[in-house]
Design a protein around this ligand. Sequence first.
Ligand SMILES: Cc1cc2nc3c(=O)[nH]c(=O)nc-3n(C[C@H](O)[C@H](O)[C@H](O)COP(=O)(O)OP(=O)(O)OC[C@H]3O[C@@H](n4cnc5c(N)ncnc54)[C@H](O)[C@@H]3O)c2cc1C
Length: 285
Amino acid sequence: MIPAKFDYVRPSSVNDAVRALAEGGEDAKVIAGGQSLLPLLWLRLAYPELLVDLGSIDGLRGVRDEGGTLLIGALTTHDDVMRDPVIAEHCGLIAQAAAQVADPAVRHRATICGALAHADPAADLPAVAVALDATMIAHGPGGERAIAASDFFDDYLTTALAADEILTGVRVPKLGPGWGYRYEKFHRTAQAWAIVGVAALARRANGHVAEARIGMANMGSVPVRARAAEAAAAGAEASRDALRSAAQQADEGTNPPADLHGAADYRRHLARVLTARALAVASGA
Ligand SMILES: Cc1cc2nc3c(=O)[nH]c(=O)nc-3n(C[C@H](O)[C@H](O)[C@H](O)COP(=O)(O)OP(=O)(O)OC[C@H]3O[C@@H](n4cnc5c(N)ncnc54)[C@H](O)[C@@H]3O)c2cc1C
């Protein structure tokens, strides 16, 4: 439980952090809340030679209202978004999902961007990010670039971020009138990781679902969209029966893992059940 030796820097600007990361090369790692990285160091599953701590870059903390979108800075924790009035007003799905992550001690340290950069397919916020069509903001030696959530998650614990890039924030759209949302998480015990998680958004108009977006956790090596169920829900009556029928397609095209917590078929079943529940609440059925 003693990590291998490493150097540590705590820059006060994004440019200095990017420079330190670039100089450290493949052996350098960003650290934010440390909730995923520190256990890996203790277990010696990771042994970076340099840690670049973002903790002193004040500009990366908090949620900024940009008009049609919200920018969640890299140091914003799960606890921060749970209490943020702008998130509550415009994108409550993020707060609802964050409240189901781990326990208060973890949520006070764990950042939203850290969860996205770590890219554990069982994590809750990556599924929310794909449902929201979020945009990741990355900074590297060449400047800033935006990466759509659909292009960000490459594989298990792997993203499109280059080794010398920092995720400085995630941009999410404000949910306009008519949109509802729900995060449904099935886990063995309160505060445990999701066996399957479903983030649903639905826009209701004239008693029907005009548009639906569904992101799922732990249904593959990356967070996935339930595209077939979204298409089936669009135009459907906002009733529990109609949405249960649409949700039957939630597992289409997925490749869920099998482990001690559940077989792949069990996860497929959970995806259908949780999607039906989440769509019903999101659409007010
Ligand atoms: C006991 C426990 C229970 C948990 N339960 C859940 C759960 O139920 N659901 C869930 O979704 N998650 C759960 N988690 C995971 C937790 O949400 C993540 O550990 C946390 O969000 C990661 O953020 P962090 O700031 O701590 O990242 P760190 O641990 O600091 O970093 C994680 C990884 O991301 C990289 N990274 C971090 N920030 C950036 C950045 N800005 N730019 C580039 N790379 C970056 C790091 O280099 C590292 O590879 C749990 C964790 C613990 C310890």
